[in-house]
Design a protein around this ligand. Structure first.
Ligand SMILES: [Zn+2]
Length: 116
């Protein structure tokens, strides 16, 4: 994935939020990133850090990243599966071998923005 451009879109969203909420600065941003989103957390934090120089809005912003597990579901067996990071993700039902439906784990979203 292109963490550099993701970092830039995050900054754009923060600028909008700052403007529409009349904030003077953004203190903390919480991001939720699914372990199957394809986003490398370290690379994203690095890209955000690199932007601090040119983007005053995130100069002192703290970024917290919550990695969400993969949650999947078998429609046939009505069974839920959960996979953690560093675990082998097999998206097939262990009872009927049907491909699982992914419910969570591919998202990348901003869940909280704090400012003052
Ligand atoms: Zn099944």
């Amino acid at each position: 994935m292109h963490e550099g451009s993701i970092a830039e879109s995050i900054v754009d969203i923060l600028k909008e939020t700052k403007k529409s909420n009349n904030l003077s600065k953004i203190t903390k941003v919480t991001l939720k990133i699914g372990i199957m989103s394809g986003v490398m957390v370290d690379a994203l934090l690095f890209a955000l850090d690199a932007l601090r120089e040119e983007e005053a809005i995130i100069k002192n912003t703290e970024f917290e990243i919550i990695e969400s597990n993969v949650k999947a579901y078998c429609i046939l067996c009505n069974k839920n599966f959960e996979f953690q990071k560093n675990e082998e993700i097999v998206l097939l039902c262990d009872e009927c071998n049907m491909p699982l439906e992914i419910k969570e784990g591919k998202e990348m979203e901003i869940i909280d923005i704090e400012g003052e």
